[in-house]
Each structure stands twice: as structure tokens, then as C-alpha cells.
Design a protein around this ligand. Structure first.
Ligand code: KG4
Ligand code: ZN
Length: 341
């Protein structure tokens, strides 16, 4: 079965074709990052308008890349939420219209389920069950995953998502949006021991998290060390390193708790922040101590992409599911409302 996947929930237009026998056949992406950088964050209306401009050309391009004719497509999968309503509507209405015109079903896909399943696109994917850490710009959640659609929330951030905290800390250091990759790069030349940032909520039981306090701590440190010319380069790098270390340590402590709680031996990490190499390094060391294994997707499939949506749609199609004729766009959509296969 061959599925065309469409992702437009935020600031990336992603389109891909996944075949349940042959794997990923083609994948294209247009990132709006440069357009939004000028404003220091995502401008929703600009995001929607740009998706309109990019989506059809990308669909045409991916059909060529995947050497696939429209007659060979068995379904169109689209991100129906969570995300920005206008951005979601572009993908949803385009996908629904194409599905109708081509006489195939449309499949609604939950964006975070897409992220969660992205490591399945790699060689030697994990088998169920496992613990999933979903860390993106909008979500930070620990989930017990028994199978596709069988998700139990173990813990989540009570305030800012980890990616959001990275972006805000980057802004305080005078860096562009999205700040996660920039902080990570700067942290490489930083001294990770000069500043000690707090590890929020690790002294409390449970798997919930909080990252907004780290923002205040970052701001106070910036204010304390800046002079008339701002911060010197080394202090900036040291703050970036201390911040990254605090987020990564906190996530690692909560992930270890989730493994111990579920007694599972597999941890998968997904979403934009899972591209962070310090996080991967620390989690790798932690899972080795727990005699468990760590799984993640290649960096371009950690951030938003069409491949994860095509994959998730294909699994649900193969299990006999399909969606009705509604054009579905849900800005908020708890993942535990999803059905199993
Ligand atoms: O999953 P994603 O592309 O979009 C959402 O669904 O939110 O995640 C984007 C987030 C941004 O906050 C970005 O700063 C963060 O992921 N991010 C990173 C890295 N790459 C992306 N954060 C830390 N380190 C990275 N290498
Ligand atoms: Zn995402």
C-alpha cells in the first residue's frame, strides 16, 4: 500500500510517499524558518499563506521523486492536529480534496503520533512496547507505548515545552528562532561546569516536568554578567552549555524513572529536541546503566516532516482504518483519544 503524507501543522511544509512493502519512496520539505526568523518566532497567518504556496508544487515534486503516478497512491494522510489552525486547514483541505479527486481515502494523522513513530523509518526499528519521550517545540511528554494507538501518558511538562525553553533561552542570548540547534552549537564551546542551573522537579516523585523556571534562571544569569557591550562570547557559550545541561539532565532523570516504572527496556525519543546530540549522549549512558536500548530517527525526521505522517497513515490504512469525509483540523488533540489498530 502506498500513502502520500502531508504535514503542515506549523512552519514546515512536508510531503512524502511511504510504501508498506518498499519503505520510504520520496520525501520533500520546505522550511519557513528563514521567513519567521525576521519576527523572532512563528507568525501563524504567514505560515498558512506559505503552506498554500508550497504544498501543491511539493506534492508534484514528491510524485516524481518517488517515481509514482497518482493512480498508484492508495490514500492521502494528513496532519489533522495538534498545531496552528490556519496551517492545519491548508493541509487538511488540500489532502481531503486530492483524496476525493483521486477516489482514495484520506487518513487523519495525529502530529505527535507521527513524531512518535518516526524512529520506525530507520534500520532496526524498536519493537513494541516501549517508553517514548516526545520533545518538540509544543510538547514534552513521556508516554507508555504498548502498540500503535495504545498510549498512556506517564508525565509531561506542566509549563513550557523543552523546545520552547530552548527557543526562549536562545532569544535571551540574542540568537534567532528556532534557538534549539543554535544553543546546541554554541554549547559545544562552552564550559559545562562554570554555571550550575537547577534541575527542575527532580526532587519530586513522578514524571512531570517544568522548564519555565530555567528561563528565569537564564535571564538572571544574563543580566548578572552582561556589561555595556552585552555578554562576552565565552560567557554566552557557558550559559548555553549550562542551560542545555540542565534540560538534558532533567529529561534523562525522568526517562530513567519511566523505564523503571514500566519495566520496559526500550526508550525512543522523538520530536525536534531529540535531534540534540548532548541529549542522545546522556540518554545513551543512562539506558546502558538500565540495561535498556535507545532509539531515535535521523535528525531530519526528528523535526517536522512528511515522512512520519505518510508512515503513520500507512500503518492505519494497512490495519483497515480510514477517515470520513470531514476536513478535520484540531489545534488541540490529546493523544490518548486515538484508537488502537
Ligand atoms: O518537532 P518540531 O520540529 O516542531 C514541533 O512540533 O514543535 O520541534 C521544533 C523544536 C524547536 O523548539 C527547536 O528549537 C527544537 O525543536 N530543536 C532543538 C534542536 N533541533 C531542534 N532543540 C535542541 N537541540 C537541537 N539540536
Ligand atoms: Zn512537530
Amino acid at each position: 500500500m502506498r500513502v502520500l503524507g502531508i504535514e503542515t501543522s506549523c512552519d514546515e511544509t512536508g510531503v512524502a510517499i511511504y510504501d508498506t512493502e518498499k519503505g520510504l519512496l520520496g520525501d520533500t520539505l520546505y522550511s519557513q524558518v528563514a521567513m519567521h526568523a525576521e519576527y523572532g518566532g512563528i507568525v501563524p497567518e504567514l505560515a498558512s499563506r506559505d503552506h498554500i504556496k508550497r504544498l501543491i508544487p511539493l506534492i508534484k515534486e514528491v510524485l516524481v521523486l518517488a517515481n509514482t503516478s497518482k493512480q498508484e497512491i492508495d490514500a492521502i494522510a494528513y496532519t489533522a492536529g495538534p498545531g496552528l489552525i490556519g496551517a492545519l486547514m491548508v493541509g487538511a483541505s488540500t489532502a481531503r480534496a486530492i483524496a476525493f479527486a483521486w477516489g482514495v481515502p484520506a487518513m487523519t494523522v495525529h502530529h505527535m503520533e507521527g513524531h512518535l513513530l518516526a524512529p520506525m523509518l530507520e534500520d532496526s526499528p524498536p519493537e513494541f512496547p516501549f517508553v517514548a519521550l516526545l520533545v518538540s517545540g509544543g510538547h514534552t511528554q513521556l508516554v507508555e507505548v504498548k502498540a500503535i494507538g495504545e498510549y498512556q501518558l506517564l508525565g509531561e511538562s506542566l509549563d513550557d515545552a523543552a523546545g520552547e525553553a530552548f527557543d526562549k533561552a536562545a532569544k535571551m542570548l540574542g540568537m534567532d528562532y528556532p534557538g534549539g540547534p543554535l544553543i546546541a552549537k554554541l554549547a559545544q564551546s562552552g564550559d559545562r561546569t562554570r554555571f550550575k542551573f537547577p534541575r527542575p522537579m527532580v526532587d519530586r516523585p513522578g514524571m512531570d516536568m517544568s522548564f519555565s523556571g530555567l528561563k528565569t534562571f537564564t535571564l538572571n544569569t544574563v543580566n548578572k554578567f552582561k556589561n555595556a557591550d552585552g555578554l562576552d562570547d565565552q560567557t554566552k557559550a557557558d550559559i548555553a552549555a549550562a542551560f542545555e545541561e540542565a534540560v538534558v539532565d532533567t529529561l534523562a532523570i525522568k526517562c530513567r524513572r519511566a523505564l523503571q516504572h514500566t519495566k520496559y527496556k526500550k526508550l525512543i525519543i522523538a520530536g525536534g529536541v531529540s535531534a540534540n546530540s548532548r541529549l542522545r549522549e546522556k540518554l545513551q549512558a543512562m539506558v546502558e546503566k538500565e540495561r535498556a536500548s535507545l532509539f531515535y530517527a535521523r535528525p531530519e525526521f526528528c523535526t517536522d516532516n512528511g515522512a512520519m505522517i505518510a508512515y503513520a497513515g500507512a500503518q492505519r490504512l494497512a490495519a483497515g482504518q480510514s477517515s470520513d469525509l470531514t476536513i478535520l483540523a484540531r489545534p488541540r488533540w490529546p493523544m490518548d483519544e486515538l484508537e488502537g489498530l
